[in-house]
Design a protein around this ligand. Structure first.
Ligand code: UD1
Ligand code: MG
Length: 445
């Protein structure tokens, strides 16, 4: 087995994104593009993974840590970017996979195919991953000979009309033998339409040295390059499509898959049913037999076996639902644990709280967890019954089995099994309404 090293190019300005944020930090399914690539290459057991960044890209460094980074001092082109990683590859013997940080959808399987093709013959100095996109846009074009071997890559800006008519395009992914990489990269010049050192030139350079170059063909759904926000949305759509299929293959029912949005790390158990129009942000785990009803927004939350969430529920980070919990419509839960069988069925805010098993929280109950400066906790005991429209002013504790009368504002600890009611006394005047109406009717005459 030959060793593998990967070089991920991420130093470009990404000007077509029209963003203050580096291009590779833009997210697909809630994860930075460059991190998707690192996840994929992590399965290859590479000796080294080097991410090439520009000076000052501390946020990219932080995102990719603990992966090693190399600094390309000026963005002078993709060939120049690979050159910036060469000192870190000194002494490395094996295959070097070059990946572009803006091509995040590639799979490990395709990368393995590339490496196999590189190893198939020692003469193949470079293997390039090509594809035939529906619209070849401004991708570099792959020029092949009769045998199907690669002769050159022509960048769109430098291509003749004939070359532009070639449908086979460069994905940017290359496998290069360590034996040749230095010689090839150092020969790259910048006399072209953009005045850049193109990595793509190494193919014609290899050919001029009598080395052979191969093309492996891949799918557009893996190789779409993200240069602007339209392509970012296209990549998102492809990723979502993958996650939906995976969820269904693993035993979840999505009634309307196209309207359900996942994050890269969403975990759904078996026999989970997700109704239409549900959004999963990062950090969600849903256990077996849960039903997520329509129009719910869930992030950073865990939901226990056979619970029901929604419709129109919002689970925010730190929401932890036990088994058979019910969180109903227009309920927001944040940083709160709801123990087995607890019910919050309508119109509530439960934040910084613990709700014991089988407790019932009435409609319109609010945990008043914030005084404008600090957050405080509400603890509701097992089997407690909180009447509708109750304000629980934290920090406050309600004992197991206590009952809170509807409309109360609770500021003091309630003992277990006690009844607590905070309410002005009711007055009733017999016949008053009838007399009132009669008086009004007289005045209107
Ligand atoms: C590049 C390829 C093109 C290919 C396309 C596939 C070259 C010259 N062209 O074009 O053949 O069809 O990708 O998507 O390689 N980068 C650096 N330093 C630089 C310049 C770029 O690190 O100086 C990084 C960028 O951050 C990006 C990647 O390299 O992640 C590709 O750069 P980009 O400018 O997007 O190249 P394309 O124009 O898409
Ligand atoms: Mg690009």
């Amino acid at each position: 087995m030959t060793a593998i090293a990967t070089v991920i190019l991420a130093a470009g300005a990404g000007s077509r994104m029209k963003s203050k944020m580096p291009k590779v930090l833009h997210q697909i399914a809630g994860r930075a593009m460059v991190s998707h690539l690192l996840d994929t290459v992590s399965t290859l057991n590479a000796t080294k993974n080097i991410v090439v960044v520009a000076p000052g890209m501390d946020d990219v460094r932080a995102e990719v840590a603990p992966a090693q980074t190399a600094v390309q001092k000026e963005a002078l082109g993709t060939g120049h970017a690979v050159a910036a990683a060469l000192p870190d590859l000194e002494g490395f013997v094996g295959d070097i996979l070059v990946l572009y940080g803006d091509t995040p959808l590639i799979t490990a399987e395709t990368l393995r195919t590339m490496i196999e093709a590189r190893r198939a013959s020692t003469g193949n100095a470079v293997v390039v991953l090509g594809f035939e996109p529906e619209d070849p846009l401004e991708y570099g074009r792959l020029v092949t000979n009769e045998a199907g071997d690669l002769e050159a890559i022509v960048e769109f800006a430098d291509a003749t009309d004939k070359e532009k008519s070639v449908r086979l395009c460069n994905s940017g992914v290359m496998a290069i033998s360590s034996e040749h990489i230095e010689g090839l990269i150092s020969a790259v010049g910048n006399e072209n339409a953009k005045g850049e050192y193109y990595l793509t030139d190494i193919v014609s350079i290899a050919r001029s040295k009598g080395l052979t170059c191969k093309v492996v063909k891949g799918q557009e759904t893996e190789l779409l390059g993200v240069n602007n926000r339209v392509q970012l949305a296209e990549a998102e759509e492809i990723a979502q499509e993958r996650w939906r299929k995976q969820a269904m293959t693993q035993g979840a029912t999505l009634i309307d898959p196209k309207s359900v949005f996942f994050s890269h790390d969403t975990i759904l158990g078996q026999d989970v049913v997700v109704e239409p129009n549900v959004f999963f942000g990062p950090g969600v785990t849903i256990s077996d037999g849960v039903r997520i009803k329509a129009f719910s927004h869930i992030e950073g939350a865990t939901v226990g076996v056979k619970s029901q969430v929604g419709p129109y529920a919002r689970l925010r980070p730190g929401a932890a639902l036990g088994e058979k919990v019910k969180v109903g419509n227009f309920v927001e839960v944040k940083k709160a644990s709801l123990d087995d069988g607890a019910k919050v069925s309508h119109l509530s805010y439960i934040g910084d709280a613990y709700v014991g098993a089988q407790a019932n929280i009435g409609a319109g109950t609010i945990t008043c967890n914030y005084d404008g400066y600090d957050k405080a906790k509400t603890v509701i005991g097992a089997g407690a019954f909180v009447g509708s429209n109750t304000a629980l002013v934290a920090p406050v504790k309600i004992g197991d089995g206590a009952i809170i009368g509807a409309g109360s504002t609770v500021t003091k600890e309630v003992a277990p099994d006690a009844l607590m009611v905070e309410r002005a006394s009711e007055t009733q005047k017999a016949g008053w309404a009838k007399r009132f109406r009669a008086m009004k009717a007289r005045l209107k005459k």
